[in-house]
Design a protein around this ligand. Structure first.
Ligand SMILES: Cc1cc2nc3c(=O)[nH]c(=O)nc-3n(C[C@H](O)[C@H](O)[C@H](O)COP(=O)(O)OP(=O)(O)OC[C@H]3O[C@@H](n4cnc5c(N)ncnc54)[C@H](O)[C@@H]3O)c2cc1C
Length: 303
């Protein structure tokens, strides 16, 4: 019996209410709009479902990949012989203290920032325009315009193979686009707590709008992409180096180095994962040859 059939049976028995999809096209679930089907996709709606599911996957020895909003991920053209655990329906958010908000992994960063603004809490304005989820944001320590989630997180709750644990800021090992979860991709972020400051509602909203406007003018938001393709190399900006090498507009198949922002690789229509990987390699080689700087992908490449 294939692992899928065996697991289908277990899910029917132990998690009959779980949304459990077969051959789900991954292109539908990521901002690059690239990727073949996942053999199975699970969409848990509660922590309890997630814990039971994780136990079943572990017991079956099946590979699993956690998915947030899919805005920093590149899936293979041939799809995945695995279970994708989509966290988007873990979507509770609440005020848990004078200046504290707790949000489940699937809450979008934009909803989190809007929630904070409506409660007169400042500190998440920078996150409003980042299209990821709380879970993906914690994993990547998402940041922009001088702010990062590491400035405001007090703890995160994660699910490891041996159970659920709460980690305080220090233990999360948050640094530039890095966390304990990038070191331990088998763990699932379930929720996080953010400590903010009281602020003026109008000023918070104005800052959110100002940063969104900056994004619209500088980023190719009209095309599918995964945001900045490369991490910022020490002492440089990836986009500036790529532009300096004359690579704006360079294409491999349907993938293109954005003319609007050289730090973005965009899908101009019908780009494959192979196109994007080919273009990443071309850019890395040229930038290394001409500037001596090594560019490391920020986008999480799933193989
Ligand atoms: C137009 C655009 C602009 C962007 N601008 C910014 C920006 O300004 N700053 C910035 O930092 N990023 C930016 N990004 C990138 C992206 O939004 C962030 O990295 C975001 O934090 C990713 O969140 P996600 O939920 O989409 O994660 P996904 O893309 O779904 O996943 C990213 C990684 O996290 C893992 N993951 C996701 N959720 C969980 C979970 N609950 N538990 C465990 N692992 C999980 C995945 O397996 C994967 O390895 C941008 C992207 C786009 C498309």
């Amino acid at each position: 019996m294939s692992w899928e059939t065996a697991l289908d049976e277990k899910i029917r028995t132990y998690l009959p209410e779980l949304v459990w999809l077969t051959d789900e096209p991954l292109a539908k679930h990521c901002s690059f709009r690239i990727g073949g089907p996942a053999k199975r996709m699970a969409v848990p709606v509660t922590t309890e479902q997630t814990v039971i599911l994780s136990g079943l996957l572990l017991e079956a020895g099946v590979r699993s990949i956690t998915l947030g909003n899919g805005t920093n991920i590149l899936f293979p053209d041939e799809g995945l012989d695995a279970v994708v655990v989509a966290t988007g329906e873990l979507s509770h958010i609440k005020r848990t203290g004078e200046t504290e908000i707790s949000a489940e992994a699937g809450v979008s960063l934009s909803r989190l920032a809007t929630f904070a603004w409506k409660d007169g809490l400042s500190g998440l304005e920078f996150a409003h325009g980042i299209p990821g989820s709380v879970g993906g944001g914690v994993v990547m320590n998402a940041g922009a315009y001088g702010g990062a989630l590491s400035d405001v997180i007090t703890e995160a709750v994660g699910l490891w193979n041996d159970g659920v644990r709460t980690l305080k800021t220090e233990a999360l090992k948050l640094s530039y686009r890095h966390s304990i979860f990038t070191e331990q991709p088998e763990a699932i972020v379930l929720r996080a707590v953010f400590r903010l400051e009281h602020g003026d509602g109008d000023a918070i909203r104005a800052r959110m709008d100002e940063l969104m406007e900056k994004r619209k003018t500088s980023q190719p938001l009209e095309y599918p992409s995964a945001g900045s393709t490369f991490k910022r190399p020490e002492g440089h900006f990836a986009g500036a180096l790529i532009e300096q090498c004359g690579l704006k507009g360079t294409r491999v198949g349907g993938a293109e180095v954005s003319v609007k922002h050289a730090g973005f690789i965009i899908n101009t229509g019908g780009a494959t994962c192979a196109d994007v990987l080919g273009l990443i390699e071309l850019v890395q080689n040229r930038v290394l040859k001409e500037t001596g700087v090594t560019l490391e992908p920020e986008v999480r490449i799933v193989k």
